[in-house]
Design a protein around this ligand. Sequence first.
Ligand SMILES: Nc1ncnc2c1ncn2[C@@H]1O[C@H](COP(=O)(O)OP(=O)(O)OP(=O)(O)O)[C@@H](O)[C@H]1O
Ligand SMILES: [Mg+2]
Length: 365
Amino acid sequence: MNSSAKHRPLSAHALCKSFDGTAALDDFTLKVESGTLVTVLGPSGVGKTTALRILAGFEMPDSGTVKVGGQIVNGPGVFVPPERRQVGMVFQDYALFPHLNVGRNVAFGLEASGRSHRVAEVLEMVGLAGLEKRMPHELSAGQQQRVALARALAPRPQVILADEPFSNLDAALRKRLRAEVRSILREAETTAIMVTHDQEEALAMSDRLALMNEGRVVQTGPPDHVYRNPANAWVAEFLGDADFFDAYAKGGRITTPFGTYPTTRSGPVKVMVRPESVTVFPHAQGTAVVTYREFFGHDQLLSVKLPGKVTLRSRCWPQPALAPGDRVAVSVDGLHIFDEPQEPPTPPDNPPPGAPVPQQVVIPR
Ligand SMILES: Nc1ncnc2c1ncn2[C@@H]1O[C@H](COP(=O)(O)OP(=O)(O)OP(=O)(O)O)[C@@H](O)[C@H]1O
Ligand SMILES: [Mg+2]
């Protein structure tokens, strides 16, 4: 395969997959543009690995379509096997061949011509130049992870799929490797999907996030957009910290314990506030009381009880030092309103493609 074959988009449309009558994927739809990294983020058991395995060709969907580089690889009457999809897979446990040295692991699946040159090239790319003769058990976990990545990149796949590729690494190595992997993927202009449980990793590494719940993608977009504009209460609560309370909108206003805000809604609504939007000030006549404090050095997290049984958290500058029992005034810099059923938050429905997200507004202060 020549280099013009890399840098291709991937798409999955309406994938469904059940195991023993239980749906693992239910209308899973995702588009990944050429050369971008999409992170799939979601709770355990929502179908992330199943989706990746179908995209790679290791699992058959019950229905739906997969395209790689514009070509259908799964569809009615079409199944292209994994080895012909030009999709590299990095498994969570690395899956290196224990009896083969690094060079032979990376060379696995490469054509004979130019093989040793390509092995040296990708080992250089992942910072392991010259380690061809080492056996997997002679490598650290991080080095094994890089060999797995080199093996996936070696045939110049159109797409890399990585299932929790850093999950077995310690926090420091994880941080360093994710930056390295990001730049390796950019350098190789590879289209990539990475599954992770780690929100910080997803927010830091991705061009786009795909939030997944109950077998389907609930919201996609650039990390900062999804964080600032969650499509519904479930996304808001899953991605980042969020506090909710019930309120009532009437006459174009919504009244909260920290002020009134304009709204086009009427009737009961759910209000969401992120802790970093909440500032507190020591105030002898304040209507709110600090109930809890966690000190982190660079900032602090306060829990504050307001009138009307509303509790908010505030992530703020750690000065002045406040303690439980202190009376405070509260200022909120932006809130979100959802027209959703009240407690408990229900799993969201997948909006039709291209549909606006009508149930949520952001009201700046
Ligand atoms: N081969 C299988 N046979 C039966 N059920 C399966 C199989 N593979 C997955 N499942 C089920 O499908 C659902 C989705 O599993 P999947 O492994 O895709 O979840 P996941 O999102 O990757 O979870 P995690 O974050 O824990 O890795 C789960 O209920 C799981 O038990
Ligand atoms: Mg999984």
